[in-house]
Design a protein around this ligand. Structure first.
Ligand code: NAD
Length: 360
């Protein structure tokens, strides 16, 4: 069946890194004769400038009918003063919400050749390869009731951390299944020592583990995980956590691997529809200079092949080509201290030649 892809380059370096990803995608389409229907639209500030909204109804409609959305990045100082509803970042939130993208997958890995770019010592960080699965549409960020009460003394603000069993089951299922495709270890992270919602989370995840006897399940308190990620990150394979804790932990994990320009992400719903994007933003400080690292975007394409396009074989080939690219010594500006580096537009042709020669 023909799969539908929507490309949303967005703003700043979003445009540049998406060009590189598009070259790799088109090479694979030609090589494999894959039946893909590709659309492309503006999003974020570039959509606002043309249509007065960061996400048009038309684009949202195409997104809803797409198997995979390849999203660059949005935002920039020229749009910072717009009212909330018109800000570029609203496009991201609207897409996540409309498509019900509840599972955020953020791999954090290190190419050993780049270990010196990590803030941690080489012996701690070497061979880092973690997947963080963060719940994205529930928990304290969305729980009701919430608010600020100003007409009482003292005034107060409050939020609600709430998860029902269906929400926990569906995110845990994604995490258990990811662990099955990796090293079969899953660590569920919460604060069961102080929060009822966490105690409940732990009981549901534990119950589900009987469906995945091959996966070694452990539980950890979130504050301990924050510490362990820095002390001994290689103890983890897959980590699953709620929206709030996952937010913090995935940022810590991302920092470990050196450059944000290397890390992809996926946000999925229960129909395997997904939005794939680099972890970085639109980087206005380097936009237009041709020095952005497009690897995170190209690795996001690999994730799209794995999770939404049923082509895990192509995902693995892209990932290996990226590995060979690094081990052959190619460096963009963000991952080298040398004055010699390759520019954004030079990356995809090298990745394509590695794919072509079967060096991946
Ligand atoms: P950022 O990720 O854009 O940049 C942070 C730093 O990392 C910058 O110094 C930048 O030059 C560098 N960097 C980022 N990606 C890089 C790459 N691929 N190659 C080389 N260097 C790279 O974060 P920021 O500066 O906080 O935000 C800039 C804009 O992006 C803001 O408008 C923000 O709202 C937006 N933003 C968008 C997203 C998204 O679209 N998903 C995510 C985060 C931030």
């Amino acid at each position: 069946m023909t799969k539908n892809i929507l490309i949303l380059p967005g703003d700043g370096i979003g445009q540049e890194v998406t060009s590189a990803m598009r070259e790799v995608l088109h090479y694979l389409i030609d090589e494999q004769g894959i039946d893909l229907n590709i659309s492309e639209r503006d999003v974020g500030g570039s959509s606002y400038d043309q249509f007065g909204t960061p996400l048009t109804e038309e684009t949202l409609g195409i997104a809803k009918n797409s198997d995979a959305i390849l999203f660059g990045a949005v935002g920039g100082p020229q749009w910072d003063d717009l009212d909330w509803d018109h800000r570029p970042e609203q496009a991201l939130l609207a897409l996540r919400k409309s498509l019900g993208l509840f599972a955020n997958l953020r791999p954090a890995f290190l190419f050993n050749e780049l270990a010196s770019a990590s803030p941690l010592k080489n012996n701690i960080i070497e061979n880092l390869d973690i997947l963080i699965v963060r719940e994205l549409t529930g928990g304290i960020y969305f729980g009701e009731p919430r608010g600020i009460v100003e007409n009482e003394s003292p005034k107060y603000g409050f939020n609600t951390m709430i998860y029902n069993e269906d929400e926990i089951r569906r995110i845990a299922k994604v995490a258990f299944e990811a662990a099955m495709n990796r090293n079969k270890k899953l660590c569920s992270v919460e604060k069961a020592n102080v929060l009822e919602v966490s105690k409940f989370w732990r009981s549901i995840v534990t119950e589900m583990s009987s469906e995945y006897p091959e996966v070694e399940l452990s539980h950890q308190l979130a504050d301990n995980t924050a510490m362990q990620l820095v002390l001994n990150p290689n103890q983890y394979d897959v980590i699953v956590s709620s929206n709030l804790f996952g937010d913090m932990l995935s940022d810590i994990a991302a920092t470990l691997s050196g450059s944000i320009g290397m890390l992809p992400s996926a946000s999925l719903n229960s129909s395997s529809q997904g939005m794939y994007e680099p972890c970085h933003g639109s980087a206005p400080d380097i936009a237009g200079q041709g020095i952005a690292n497009p690897i995170a975007m190209i690795a996001s394409l690999a994730m799209a092949f794995e999770y939404s396009l049923d082509r895990i074989d192509l995902a693995r080939r892209i990932e290996s080509a990226i590995k060979t690219f690094i081990s052959n010594g190619f460096r963009t500006k963000d991952i080298t201290t040398s004055e010699e580096f390759i520019k954004t537009h030079e990356v995809a042709p090298i990745i394509v030649s590695l794919l072509k020669d079967g060096h991946e």
